[in-house]
Design a protein around this ligand. Sequence first.
Ligand code: NOJ
Length: 876
Amino acid sequence: MYFWSVHLFILLLLAFEQCYAVKDYLFKKCGQSGFCNRNRHFASEVEGLGDKYNSHYSIDISCLDINDADGIVRGVLLKQLNDGTFVDLNFNLTLINNNDLRLRIDEANREERIGTNVTSPVTKKRYDEASKWSFVNSTSIRSSSFKHILGSDKLTLQYGGHYKTDVMLYPFQIYMYYDDNLQLVVNDRNFLNIEHYRTKESEEDENSNDVAPEESKYNAYHDDFKDSKGDTLPLGPESVALDFTYQNYTDVYGIPEHADSLSLKDTTDGEPYRLYNVDIFEYPVEQKYAMYGSIPFMMSVKPDAAIGVFWVNSADTYIDIKKHLAEKQGNDTEKLVDSLKSYESSVDKVQTHWMSENGVLDVVLFVKPTPAEVLKEYGLLTGYSALPNIFSLGYHQSRWNYNDQKDVLDVSSHLDQNQMPCDAIWLDIEYTEKKKYFTWDPHAFPNSDEMAATLNKTGRNLVVIIDPHLKTGYKVSDGVIKDKIGIMKSDLKEIYKGQCWPGESVWIDTLNPASNDYWNKQFANGTDLLKYSTNIYLWNDMNEPSVFDGPETSAPKDLIHYGNWEHRSVHNLYGMTFHEATYGALITRNPHQRPFILTRSFFSGSQRTSTMWTGDNTASWEYLRESIRMILALNIAGFPFAGSDVGGFFKNPDEELLTRWYQAGIWYPFFRAHSHIDSRRREPYLAEEPYKSYISDALKLRYKLLPILYTLFYRTSVSGSPVLKPMFYEYPGNKKSYSIDDQFFLSDLLVRPVMEQNQHSIKLYLPDDKKYYNFFNLDQVLSGEGYHYNVSAEINDIPAFLREGSILPTKQRYRRSSKLMTYDPYTLYVTIDSSGKSANGELYIDDGKSFDYLDSEDFILLNFTVENGDTQFLLK
Ligand code: NOJ
């Protein structure tokens, strides 16, 4: 029996692995998801009623407590029920950091109202700790002050010189102005919906007071979705939803992770974008499916302002987007008709509707003059990317799997023989003994320390994988069970067991502080995994968490975490708690060395301690193209250290695609080649000539660019600026740049990777009238705002153009790894601006690996300028 079930499992797994198409029936569509279905229904009912709709939400003017000096408004938001009675919602509006507005709404007295109705051990209050995990320091957010005026129908707040915010008391709405221009309207369409606690009986009662006529009861207390039928939903419906209108904006960006265009699409006639961390096998491109990670942060831009909306919620979330573009002026007859039309049609706007399964309603609104300032504020709240260990900016060679230690060392020497620089060789799950993490397969890797030491001689490192699922029946999982630090079943009586790579597994609950000590011990010196090596770094995969036999390939939502929180509430941040535990363990092991951790799952805040990649892509041109869009989306959502599997994970790229992928991959902030266990070996030295030489050239170029990249990472570590900058971000004043996502800026380099088959030229958009010099042939100059056609892009060309007026530092000598380049000289590229007189740039230098830059300010920041023809290097 046991034999057959194992066999069946393996067969199923193989079938799962072999077919190349997303199994979309595994994942809930909005219509199949209780809270999404209910909220879309609610929205369409409200919209259908138009002006006849009377909102249920109003602010109780008698309870307002306004503190100008601390920038806080506290009060009660009343939700009127069918019988005219009210549910009190605690309402809190705070001005934080540099004039950012945080709105929180929670159910007052919820636990008392639930009383003994619910017997499940889950915590009854709404989850309010997403901010604890995602903010850098949720307890010490700076507050700003405002001046207020309270009228009978609205509260006006004025602050920061440029800002005015009107809080309408009935219906509850917020209007945010910058320099007297309306920017953002909160609850513009009255989609605010807080599903307050009601008993199952009340939910089912036809004459219930709790369920308003425009509400639906779909799947409120049970789940019809085939793999989720076991979900116990002990607290019933508890979703939160709200709409935001971006006034005079045309495009919205962000909310990674989705494999779609950078400028997000209108979702009116299709699925909303979903944020729910899942192991989406063979994800398609141009789609709104949930993927491995979630950052509920959306940005919008127009020439004179920019907006960020950060929805601080870690539960399953859907976002609808509706775009209204101003009607273009037509002929005179049309103008007449136009004049009769409402003002509505002459204004661009983007309307968004956010819906989360549960939690408190917590949202931070950033209105700023530029997208750079929005990101700076978002980073002030959630943290900036840590300065990476410099090796991690080099090239990473991975595959599932290198077979044994000889294989690893052979790959390393073949790279050298072919002049292909590389900083790390990676080991996927097969290095372990039967997928028991923290062990080595004793036959394949009898001497891991020696292998690591050999790599170290050429300055190379080893990166090994550790996943959160722990095979049952060995010491690491036994310890998790004994110490009671695993994710528990819904009755809290037993640890949850599910299937993953090792077969039956348990999952460490890294929300539990006790898990940190346990995790630290596994990584300590002398343990099986790391022994005494200092050049081993980590890869955390499958941390959505991926559960092969779980609903939507993940954990059941009614599992219980530390604090008795339902998994439902913390799902999207679990992956982050896992990679943060690994970060803590590496720091504990060696407090002086900057850790490196690659994570597949992430949440807002992950940028502080990890690097991400876009998971299991496919070796085809469309995925190459998608990789750039996805990485750009991450860069403007505060997580710049991002990459994609170069060459594609599934299938086998031909040599042209592989070459083009390397030529594009050198621009990824995180640059790693990786492939599936069934794919053919494709280490770059295996390519035929001339492709091999082209790939070697691309790899060498990556290393030449390291000083530029490292300086950009320094900048992001202090200001949150992207490493790869989308056109809209670099040129917010130029509306034509808003939808471009196949070219970008890396510092002053304008890059347009070739992402189409059999191309000999590309079309490049210049966003201004400056001169752009071909980075490889400074004699070729492009200028003039607009598209430039037929820019040469032969198979050995990497289209990159240096903007006039810039100074870029490079290192030109070929070395086997970044470590061996430490003392190499710098070469500056200088392009004087059109006046013929000035240029500038900067260079950041430190030891590249320790924290001395923090403790003793042991770093150099050089500012290069050419002014009036004089060259200056200034130490900052
Ligand atoms: C899934 C990851 O996305 C992939 O990169 C990895 O090779 C496999 N897990 C095996 O660990």
